[in-house]
Ligand binder design. Structure first.
Ligand SMILES: [Cu+2]
Length: 68
């Protein structure tokens, strides 16, 4: 398992946090995800043999947020 912190712009409230967490949690290999709108950060724990950080970032961007 690997833990990474992504800087994500565009999250303004708890709904945004939930939207990000839901879409990331759906990815196979993601064990844990926590989004913080005030900190503009998404912390993700994942199995790097199943999912890459790029795939996680893409999923967040497809949801309408910007991964910096
Ligand atoms: Cu929001």
């Amino acid at each position: 398992m690997k833990t990474e912190i992504l800087n994500v712009n565009g999250m303004n409230c708890a709904h945004c946090e939930k939207a990000v967490m839901d879409v990331v949690a759906e990815l196979d290999g993601v064990a844990e995800v926590k989004a913080s709108a005030p900190e503009k950060k998404v912390t993700v724990v994942f199995d790097e043999t199943k999912v890459t950080l790029d795939m996680i970032a893409d999923a967040i961007e497809e949801e309408g947020f910007e991964v910096v």
